[in-house]
Design a protein around this ligand. Structure first.
Ligand code: F0G
Length: 351
């Protein structure tokens, strides 16, 4: 019997590991590439969703974390640290357990989704809520890793990018070539950097015949790259991408410009509309930040910027269960019925 072995074993020859690297894995990657029928109809294109919420801890971070924790272990680290809006901390906590290492996580006070906090807690991470935003957390994490015996596993660590680039490999392996356009939500800008690196590597080696245009979308209240300046007090309901000073800012600009792509913004309202569309019409439940990619595609289509007939992949980065408040809010309360088939049938509209 065979199962997916995790991104390090599946793509070993394209990653900076050796025979002696201890592989710390939860068999991340190998995520579904799901044809999106409604989005395809709306755009006149062939749209696919790369469903990264299907990773072991429910987000794309696991691809980078298997690399970061394996390399930290190889280098003899006993503890790792990260700043996080929630998903990185959940992933670091889980992979830390696998590696027998202490995971320290710094999160912005009151601004991370409950599911993500629950993950860090249940995996036994050392959590500090910082009186500040994500950017403050990252400043603090960097200072601690420079001055104390603890390895930084944020995406400023280049091996994180190496792990995350494997998502682009999977897409090309599945489709037979790169898509015309790849759409992503952008926060700290590590992931758009990673995909672009992956696509470029496959094209350079002739495995793909082309590279896609990279389209990134930030939330309007947290759109420093779009504005061209740091956002001091970023805001958005998409807490995962509530970031005002992305660490990989210049690399995101390079991905945009080298690919002939774009980085634009979507409002919280547009994000929530895409979030509900994905769940109610495509059957894919994602967290709000993930819906920013799809919101961006729909916005671009409405603006006439999407030529029909193209092949488009949208990455949806995290599982909807991470932040279920948005699923429940505004939805009608289910009615209560007695244990009676006739009543239940009536309430279900079956009669
Ligand atoms: N989507 C989700 C669900 C995320 O958690 C993140 C980032 C992004 C998109 C943006 O990716 O930062 O590489 O541009 N989350 C980080 C965290 C910041 O701490 O979990 P990016």
């Amino acid at each position: 019997t065979h199962q997916w072995r995790g991104i390090i074993e599946e793509y070993r020859d394209r990653l900076p590991v050796s025979d002696t690297t201890p592989v710390v894995t939860l068999r991340e990657g190998g995520t579904p590439l799901v044809p999106a029928q409604v989005l395809s109809e709306r755009t006149g294109c062939e749209v696919h969703l790369k469903v990264e919420g299907a990773n072991p801890t429910g987000s794309f971070k696991d691809r980078g974390m298997t690399m970061a924790i394996s390399k930290a272990k190889e280098e003899g680290a006993k503890a790792v640290i990260c700043a996080s809006t929630g998903n990185t901390s959940a992933s670091a906590a889980a992979y830390g357990v696998r590696a027998g290492m202490v995971s320290a996580v710094l999160v912005p006070q009151g601004k991370i989704a409950l599911g993500k906090m629950g993950q860090a807690l249940v995996h036994g991470a050392k959590i500090l809520q910082v009186d500040g935003n994500f950017d403050d957390c990252l400043t603090l994490a960097r200072a601690l890793s420079e001055n104390y015996p603890v390895a930084l596993v944020n995406s400023v660590n280049p091996v994180r990018i190496e792990g995350q680039k494997t998502a682009a490999f999977e897409i090309v392996d599945m489709l037979g070539d790169a898509p015309d356009i790849h759409v992503l939500p952008v926060g700290n800008a590590g992931n758009i950097t990673a995909y672009w690196k992956g696509y470029k590597e496959y094209a350079a080696d002739g495995i793909a015949g082309r590279t896609p245009r990279m389209w990134g979308f930030q939330a309007s209240g947290s759109a420093p790259i779009v504005r061209g300046e740091v956002v001091k007090d970023p805001s958005t309901i998409a807490t995962a991408i509530r970031i005002g000073n992305p660490a990989s800012w210049n690399l995101a600009l390079a991905a945009r410009d080298e690919s002939g792509g774009a980085i634009d913004e979507v409002t919280d309202r547009e994000i929530l509309r895409a979030y509900r569309l994905l769940a109610s019409q495509e059957g894919v439940f994602v967290e709000p930040a993930s819906a920013a990619s799809v919101a961006g595609l729909l916005k671009a289509a409405e603006q006439g910027k999407v030529d029909p007939g193209q092949r488009i992949v949208c990455t949806v980065t995290g599982n909807g269960l991470k932040d279920p408040d948005w699923a429940v809010a505004g939805a009608p309360q289910p009615v209560t019925v007695p244990v009676d088939a006739a009543t239940a049938a009536e309430r279900l509209g079956l009669v």
